[in-house]
Design a protein around this ligand. Structure first.
Ligand code: IPM
Ligand code: MG
Length: 422
């Protein structure tokens, strides 16, 4: 089943006007990635008790700060579940370093099959110094990359928004970052991350010197399917702009990328399309980030640019992501940050990127924008009240650890429910 053929066709009939939120919900609802795989409909019967929805989620806490931020995220989902009559079935499994320690494999078959049985996968982060000396195929990161590949999660959506309360937390000037609302669409299952051959070998000439090599590789079909997601996404956004980022002045993969994406642009006359070299894009992101709306790019460039872009919102700890496929397999929701081994186990981490990833799951996979809105509002309220984790701390604010900020978010979630009823 091809994403392009099934996902966004006739999503928005021309004679009907939709609000931004409606377009967004319709987009993700029509996207096969948002459909629950083979869930049987409950038999109709007369019942006086309100119907409770039930969702089965694969939960992969991973390494470092992963278990801490995942605990808080699950508590937030449980609380939201009680408020909105949703029951959760959380199926937890190890990935990354935790899985290497438990099963000798960064992605054990049990973990993968559990993910395949779920409606969505919620993942925290992987990696750490304990496993740094392993070969590239055995490292914790290899487990994450295999998971993305196995679930064919080729489109990684990384929204970058500024929170008005966190303008001080960004190292960039407030007037530059205020109002930024861009989204990076990063191709996730191709490029130099997966290209073969790769390796480190002794050079044939002898003398014990080694050389290392990787292969940057893109097929037309891989470029087309992720470009389609980006164009369709651009159509749902008020500014309808798309900037494709590559290095077409040097790399063949980028030359092919640019020609395919430019060709597709012709089918989207309503989208204001441009291409930009990646070095320039890195500079433009800090010079004038508000010029960007949807940024489409390959796996490697997207990895680098999204870390850079996180500084616009103040911290890596605020950026969520959604990794979507064509709907055959469940989507993966993961914060963009790593496992932060330096603060792991100290209850200091910011859980908000993980919680915001869960809100993307509610929107994209579970079709519950109402729950996502409520959780996002709770986070906004907590920031309004001046509570901050260390990574977004600024003068005059109240420093919280991971579980404290989690408790504040839970309280805000309960309070907003009470004030709606009152
Ligand atoms: C990310 C991370 C991963 C990546 C690592 C942990 C393999 O940096 O999701 O951005 O490079 O994709
Ligand atoms: Mg990264």
């Amino acid at each position: 089943m091809s994403f392009s053929a099934t996902c966004f066709v006739n999503t928005f009939p021309k004679n009907v006007s939709y609000s931004r939120e409606q377009r967004f919900q319709k987009l993700v609802k029509n996207c096969p990635a948002s459909r629950a795989p083979t869930r049987r409909r409950a038999p109709r019967r007369t019942c006086l008790v309100a119907k409770v929805a039930r969702h089965r989620i694969a939960v992969l806490p991973g390494d470092g700060i992963g278990p801490e931020i995942m605990n808080v995220t699950l508590e937030v989902l449980r609380t939201a579940g009680r408020r909105f009559d949703v029951e959760w079935e959380f199926l937890e499994a190890p990935i990354g370093g935790a899985a290497i320690d438990a099963a000798g494999d960064p992605l054990p078959v049990e973990t993968l099959s559990l993910c395949r049985r779920a409606e969505a996968v919620l993942l925290a982060c992987v990696g750490g110094p304990n496993w740094d000396n392993l070969s590239s195929k055995q490292r914790p990161e290899a487990g994450l990359l295999r998971l993305r590949k196995e679930l064919e999660a080729f489109a990684n959506l990384r929204p970058v928004r500024t929170f008005s309360q966190l303008l001080d937390a960004s190292p960039l000037k407030s007037e530059l970052v205020a109002g930024v609302d861009l989204i990076i669409v990063r191709e996730l299952t191709g490029d130099v991350y997966f290209g073969e051959p790769r390796g480190i070998e002794f050079i044939p000439e002898g003398n014990g010197e080694r050389e290392a090599f990787n292969t940057m590789l893109y097929r037309e079909s891989e470029i087309d399917r992720v470009a389609k997601v980006a164009f369709e996404l651009a159509m749902t956004r008020p500014r309808r702009k798309l900037c494709s980022v590559d290095k077409a002045n040097v790399l063949e993969t980028s030359m092919l990328w640019r020609s395919r994406v430019s060709t597709m642009a012709a089918s989207y006359p309503d989208v204001e399309f441009s291409s930009m070299y990646v070095d320039n894009a890195a500079m433009q992101l800090v010079r004038y980030p508000k010029q960007f709306d949807v940024v489409l790019t390959g796996n490697m460039f997207g990895d680098i640019l999204s870390d850079e872009a996180s500084m616009i919102s103040g911290s890596l700890g605020m950026l969520p992501s959604a990794s979507l496929g064509d709907g055959t397999f469940p989507a993966i929701y993961e914060p963009i940050h790593g496992s932060a081994p330096d603060i792991a186990g100290q209850n200091k981490a910011n859980p908000m990127a993980c919680i915001l990833s869960a809100t993307l799951m509610l929107r994209y996979s579970l079709n519950r924008p109402d729950m996502a809105d409520a959780i996002e509002l709770a986070i906004t309220n907590v920031l309004d009240q001046g509570y901050r984790t260390a990574d977004i701390m600024s003068a005059g604010k109240r420093l919280c650890n991971c579980s404290e900020i989690g408790d504040k978010i839970l309280e805000a979630l309960q309070e907003s429910a009470v004030s709606r009823v009152a």
